[in-house]
Every structure is written in C-alpha cells, then in structure tokens.
Design a protein around this ligand. Sequence first.
Ligand SMILES: [Cu+2]
Length: 458
Amino acid sequence: MNLTRRSLMAGASALTLMPKFGFASGNVEVLEARSGKAQLVSAEYPDTEIWGYDGKAPGPEIRVPQAARIQRKLLNSLNEPTTIHWHGIRIDNAMDGVPGVTQEAVQPNGEFSYDFTVPDAGTYWYHSHFNTTEQISRGLYGALIVEEPNAPEVDHDITVIVDDWRLDQNAQIDPDFKQVRDWTHGGRLGNFLKATLTPALNEVKQNQRLRLRFICVATDRVMRLALVGMAGKIVALDGMPVDTPTPVEMLTLGPAQRADVIVDITGATGEKAMIGFVGREQTIVLASLDITGQASLAPRPEIMPLPANPIQQLGTIEGAQITALNMEGGAMGGLQSGIYKGKRMTTEELVQNGQIWTFNGVAGMPESPLAEISLGETLRIPIINDTSFAHAMHLHGMHFQEIFADGSFGPLRDTILIERQETREIAFTASNPGDWVFHCHMISHQAAGMMTWVRVTA
Ligand SMILES: [Cu+2]
C-alpha cells in the first residue's frame, strides 16, 4: 500500500483540541482509581464520564530511569474491586496485580502498595486487571516509561497511546460490556479511535528526530498504523530493543503491544506529518503535526540500535519442555463442549456462564498450570489458533521469543498476535519465579475463557 498524505482522511479535527492531560510525572506516590471526566471527542460534545487513575484517561505517565524503584499506593475509589498490572515489567510475582493469583482484589475504599524495580528500559504500561474489559474500556490505564541511561538523542520523545472507544451519540461509554456477540467475535470493538500524545505535540520541523513510543491500549482492536511525512525504524518491541532496527512505514500492534520507533521528519514546510489508522474501508488520521520549518539542512545520522537490556535471550531450545496450547471456540468455530470450573459443559452451557473460548479444552483459569518449570529451564509453547479470529497472547513476568520455521528466534516480546488458523511457537527460559498468567489480551476473549497460567518454581 502506497500511502500519501492525501490518502489519509482528515477525520480527526478534534485532535487539535486534545485535552492536556497525562503529562509526564515521575513522582506520583498515590494512584487513585476513580471516576472522572475527559474531553475525548471535541468541545462540541459533552465530556465523557470515564474511570481513570487520578480520574484521567490515560492516567499519569510514570517515567523513571532504568533500575529505579517504583512505589505507588493504589487507592480504590471505584464502586467495585480493582488491581493494577504493570504490563511487560519483569516484576516480583507479588506485585503483578492479578487478583486471585498474586494478590486479593482491592475492595472499594481499599488500598494496595505496589513496590518494585524496573530492570529493563523501554516502553511499558499499567492497567487494571480486574473486570478488565470494562475497567480498561473505561480508561484505567497509563504509560510506564523506563529511560535508558544513554538514550539516543532525539528532538522529541513522545508517548503515543492509541485507544478504541465505544461511545454513544453523547460521547458516553457504551455500558454494555457483556455482549455475547462481542465475546464470540473480535471482542468489544469501538467506534472512536484516539491517539493521545504525551507530551502534547502539534508542530515539528523537517529533519527533526522523534522517538514515538506507541502503546495499543485497546481492549480488542488490532491497530494498523501508517506513518506519513516521517521515515525511520522500529528500535524496540514490547519494551525490548531489537537487535537490528528495521525500517517502518506501517506498524501493526495487537492489544497491549508496544513499539518504539525513531523517525525523522521528511515532509517539507507547510506539509503535515501524520499517524493514521489504516482500516478496511478508510484511513483515519489519529495525529497530525504541522511541519513549520527546517531544523537542519542535513538529514540526521543513521538510527542505531538501543542499548541492550540486562535480559537473557534464548540460547538453545534443545531438551526444552514442550507444551502445546490449543485455542478453540468463538463464532464459526467447531467447539462442542469445554470444561469450566471443573465441569464439562456444552457450548450453550458455556455461553450461559459467559464462556466461549477454550485453551486445551478448558474455559477460564484451570486449576493446574499449563506447564510447570523450574528456574533456568526452557519452555516451548506451540500455539495452535484453531479459531476464526486473531488472538494476542500475553505472558506475565517474562518475555518470550518466537521460534520460526527455520529454527531462528524472533525478538523478545511479551505479547504475540496470532492470526486466525495460524500456528506459532514461542519459547522462554524461566527467569522469574511465581505463578504467571498467560492469556489473550483481547480482553473480551480473556473474560470469555482465554486464560491459563504457568508456574515457575525456584
Ligand atoms: Cu483472543
């Protein structure tokens, strides 16, 4: 696809009125989950009632140096329980924020003190892990940025949170989070896409260099993004630097995935640099930056790899334990029955229990782990997607690598997007003890059955 500026529809005039929330703030000690109001669409619409950290969506950006200690007290001012998961962080298990697995859910008016260090630099995020479809859909998420001590020089370092809201005519969030049609298909897809840039940025200059930290916080939508008026490379995926930065024009991010790109503004004065969402029928402008001059005559030097994180890549997979994960269910699937809470049920009975997807024949959290391995052991998981939908599998606590057909390994990731009827294999060497959930990050699918866990013993 050869995208030009002109092929992008100017459909997001509201973005020039982007509310100025979510500025970097590295010293928030309390995160209060509460309701709030946000101007999501434009001044012509009423403010949207959201739930957010400190009443904002996105919540405050947490930005710290690598290896820093993060301490945040979660105050729950919602009318229902909640927790915070620190997505992609190699964290102590007790701080992972999974209710019923690593902690009790924090009740209304309750609190929980999160305290952990961030070993790896990169782009991460935090979000609710309780009643997650609803709580993320209502805005309970924020960016967690860990800075390299020797970060590459750029003119702007911008976090780009991309979300997908389902709003009614008055710009209010559709409160029906339990539509069977969503569960059985591609999940809760919205009707209003929004990119929030932090810090806000409206203009750039030709030959300026930007680091854009993309975070897809949508519960279910895969974001296909086009970059126009800029050219550069992907330097990190899911927080982790890639060995060899690769040129980027289009970026595909499944729910929860991140990509850091370093780009130079190539457009000329008077033109625009844009981020567009490439949909089936149309491309929507999510961000539009005026190019207001030339920063320098000469193009910038070559984009180099980011400094590596102190994380071990896969060595050998010889002798590794292999445990397959078979995905079944959903619409246009052949699921006849599945086990839920220890009981075999027909698909009708599963649906009555809000379940529609299975991993290895089981819907929802199984009593025993998908696999149990000890520290230093390597686990291979071939993932067989025998369904008619894509899934974004996320492992907590550790990053994994894909094993390609030729035996080579892919980049370190914490979330892998697996297309319909596709089989992909991942592997990791256990480096973090605890019970770690492994689930589809199309959160509607997770809620409707796609959840399991692995145990790493010390
Ligand atoms: Cu899924």
